[in-house]
Ligand binder design. Structure first.
Ligand code: ATP
Ligand code: MG
Ligand code: FE
Length: 344
């Protein structure tokens, strides 16, 4: 099938056309620069940017693919999780298009899209695939029974996402938003063992077993305290070493838990998605650990890891192929869509 995918959960307005497992076109517009001076995404600004970009982005995706509406089998749109105002623009636009062209529409889960998109580079999921999602808003380990029908949450962060933790520490160190890439760059020049950074929930909380859950807010606090203690005695902050120690701790716990999960679930394949997978410490550790454990680690190219329309279109193709019923014309947006919901 040929599916048009539309994405507007945060600060990217994106559209793409996917045919089977082939990406035909992909257009991404971002309002990221408009948010930089506020140190984070401002929902009102992002929503207005979506309203302006929607028609140009979708028409360019169709034109680049050299298709028009009659050629398309379905429209898919991210209907959650994300910022409500942003979701409303994309979902309303997608509904209007599908209605006018008399095509089925699927409201899909953006996070599952981050996983589905790996199929464009690596093909369909083998049985018992595990997925590690690491982004600015999410950090979870999922078991993919059937990407169109059944996904289980194996573990998730109990507080901050890994990207959020990096962004917060980056702010403390004076880097502009988003700070993750700056931490990455400095970490490459630092000593990862110079500062003791706790690992995000390695053992699980007292009395409760969280073998696959994460917690990064304590990691951020520990780094903040350490930096403050330097400042208190007038010592220069060894920025490279702080970044390297943080990156080593965060990447370490993500990789350890993902590989343990693969063992327990008998998974020979780990797919990875979300904007944080651009992080070089995580990529290196994942590939190395995958080799040791005999697990094929599927990390897509960076442009497929960050928010895009291809991830939405690809999951749409999976839904059409599986014969899943399209969404009702009045389907709602859900800014807190649970991760085991694939489509609405
Ligand atoms: P979600 O997909 O959960 O809704 P999001 O859209 O905010 O969240 P993405 O755009 O997928 O998240 O990822 C952005 C996050 O990735 C930011 O926190 C950013 O700092 C982080 N990031 C990007 N590149 C790197 C890098 N090289 N190292 C570390 N973090 C990075
Ligand atoms: Mg973004
Ligand atoms: Fe995302």
């Amino acid at each position: 099938p040929i599916v048009l995918g539309i994405e507007s959960t945060c600060d990217e307005t994106a559209a793409a056309v996917v045919h089977g497992r082939t990406l035909i076109s992909s257009v991404v517009a971002s309002s990221m620069e408009e948010h930089a001076r506020y140190g984070g995404v401002i929902p009102e600004i992002a929503s207005r940017a979506h309203a302006e970009a929607f028609v140009p982005v979708v028409s360019k995706a169709l034109a680049d693919a050299n298709v028009d509406f009659t050629d398309i089998d379905a429209v898919a749109v991210s209907s959650g999780p994300g910022l409500s105002g942003c979701l409303a623009v994309g979902v309303s636009g997608a509904k209007a298009l599908a209605w006018a062209a008399n095509k089925p529409i699927y409201g899909i889960n953006h996070v599952i899209g981050h996983i589905a998109v790996t199929q464009l580079q690596f093909g369909s999921f083998p049985k018992d695939t595990l997925a590690l999602i690491v982004s600015g808003g999410h950090t979870s380990l999922l078991h993919i029974g059937d990407v169109a029908r059944h996904i289980d949450v194996v573990g998730t962060t109990l507080d901050d996402a890994a990207g959020e933790c990096f962004d917060k520490v980056a702010r403390l160190l004076g880097f502009p938003y988003p700070g993750g890439p700056h931490i990455d760059k400095h970490a490459r020049q630092g000593d990862p063992h110079s500062i003791k950074v706790p690992q995000g929930l390695t053992k699980g909380k007292a009395g409760k077993e969280h073998p696959y859950d994460f917690s990064f807010s304590g990691v951020k606090t520990a780094v903040a305290r350490w930096v403050e203690s330097c400042q208190a005695v007038g010592r220069d902050i060894p920025v490279d070493d702080v970044c390297a120690s943080l990156a080593d701790s965060v990447a370490g716990v993500l990789v350890d838990k993902a590989m343990h999960g693969c063992e327990e679930y008998g998974s020979k394949t780990l797919v990875v998605g979300g904007g944080f997978t651009a992080n070089s410490q995580l990529r290196d550790k994942l590939l190395e650990s995958g080799k040791q454990h005999g697990v094929e680690v599927r990390i897509p190219d960076f442009k497929l890891c960050t928010d895009n329309g291809a991830m939405v279109a690809m999951l749409g193709v999976n839904l059409v192929e599986a014969g899943i019923r399209p969404s009702a014309p009045d389907f709602p947006i859900d800014s807190a869509m649970p991760m085991n919901v694939i489509s609405v």
